[in-house]
Design a protein around this ligand. Structure first.
Ligand SMILES: Nc1ncnc2c1ncn2[C@@H]1O[C@H](COP(=O)(O)OP(=O)(O)OP(=O)(O)O)[C@@H](O)[C@H]1O
Ligand SMILES: [Mg+2]
Length: 370
């Protein structure tokens, strides 16, 4: 009997994936996963050393009630490393989690924000404490749920139940390996991404499972618009959409060229899935207020730093610009979007595209010291 994913997925080089949009169209595509070393090959000593290092880090990072304002990234849960999480995964555990999700699929309504979805009683157990959860959204890899602890809301992600356990495991290992570090990298560079992205062990359906902890979009100090989830499409209101024009658009997007330049200088090429928008909540004094920023998420293995040639850097700037502009209508309420003429031509609007590209290129040259 297969008892460990080690035996089943380590040489699984070619995986299939099915994103939300592809799923709707009923199509499947495939991609090459990077080679992954077998799970659980680490010697006992390595695992022990790793655990010691983790515990040491844990003690340091436990949020202390010092009376000072706590960092946005702080949370009260015990986090673990990728290596420990990898050793925790098994075929049976993935299957048990998927079975639980399947049994509760009627509670998982993707068109509602988490607060409007029904409660799944005692879904998670974390360090002996049971937590009710509400579904927040599902993609081709993750199903996300909202829980509450100490008066604060948190998002926990689990795999999807539509893939067979081997494929779900392979995708989940990508999430565990790449997303925490990629999210931290961007956050450290001052770009907007989730405040929290840690691996946290939870119990679901009796199985101890390495889930992913995030901050719900709704709890950030800025408003997040996720182009893959219509319940997070509220970055412009009716009055703003009504008067939207190029001048106002460029004013709202005034910080974005710098962010595009920063990402390009880091050598990070964009992917549709990763490039979203967010908006500052505090408003200024001018007619259009609350600047937009890129919001970068879903940062798995497709998201990698590389050395870009000048030509690639130029293309990278163009691609980010296109994705940022095209994200705007997708982060506005569906009814408003259909009603707004400005959005119909936004992707064909050469004026705004060229301005943003030129500004981003100037910023990029500054970073490169030219
Ligand atoms: N921090 C969060 N707060 C609330 N909802 C979230 C959060 N992170 C993700 N979600 C929702 O969970 C769902 C899955 O998230 P995400 O798009 O990151 O996963 P995915 O399965 O990797 O997607 P894809 O298949 O497109 O790569 C989406 O509907 C997303 O809006
Ligand atoms: Mg993904």
């Amino acid at each position: 009997m297969i008892t460990n994913i080690n035996n089943t997925v380590y040489n699984f080089r070619k995986i299939t994936f099915c994103g939300q949009k592809e799923k709707a169209a009923g199509t499947r595509t495939s991609c090459n996963a990077p080679y992954r070393s077998p799970l659980g090959v680490y010697a006992d000593t390595f695992v022990r050393q790793n655990a010691q290092r983790e515990n040491a880090q844990q003690t340091d990072k436990t949020p202390k009630n010092t009376g000072k304002k706590q960092a946005a990234t702080a949370h009260p849960f015990r986090k673990i490393s990728y290596n420990k999480a990898k050793n925790m995964l098994s075929y049976e555990k993935i299957a048990a989690v998927q079975e639980f999700l399947r049994q509760n699929k009627d509670f998982m309504n993707a068109s509602n924000p988490a607060d409007k979805n029904p409660v799944i009683k005692d879904m998670f157990e974390i360090e002996g404490k049971k937590y009710d959860a509400r579904f927040s959204g599902g993609g081709g890899t993750k199903n996300t749920f909202q829980i509450e602890q100490g008066g604060k809301k948190y998002t926990l992600a689990l795999p999807t139940y539509v893939d067979n356990p081997q494929i779900a495991a392979e995708k989940w290992l990508d999430v565990l390996e790449f997303e925490p570090k990629n999210t931290k990298l961007l956050r450290d560079k001052g770009l907007k991404t989730n405040d929290i992205f840690d691996i946290v062990p939870v119990k679901v359906n009796g199985a101890e499972f390495p889930a992913v902890l995030m901050k719900p979009y709704s709890e950030h100090s800025f408003k997040v618009g996720d182009r893959k989830n219509y319940s997070f499409a509220n970055l412009l209101n009716f009055e703003e959409v009504d008067i939207l024009n190029d001048r106002m658009f460029l004013d709202l997007f005034k910080d974005i060229p710098k962010e595009i330049a920063k990402l390009t200088a880091l050598g990070i090429e964009p992917h549709y899935d990763c490039v979203n928008l967010c908006r500052e909540k505090k408003t200024g004094s001018k007619d259009c207020t609350g600047a937009f920023h890129l919001y970068l998420n879903d940062l798995d293995k497709n998201f990698a730093k590389k050395k870009l040639t000048e030509k690639e850097a130029e293309q990278c700037i163009k691609n980010y610009t296109y994705l940022a502009i095209s994200a705007l209508p997708e982060t506005v309420d569906r009814n408003l979007r259909q009603w707004c003429d400005y959005f119909v031509f936004i992707e064909a609007n050469e004026g705004i595209r060229k301005k943003i590209e030129t500004q981003a290129m100037e910023e990029y040259q500054k970073i490169k010291g030219r």
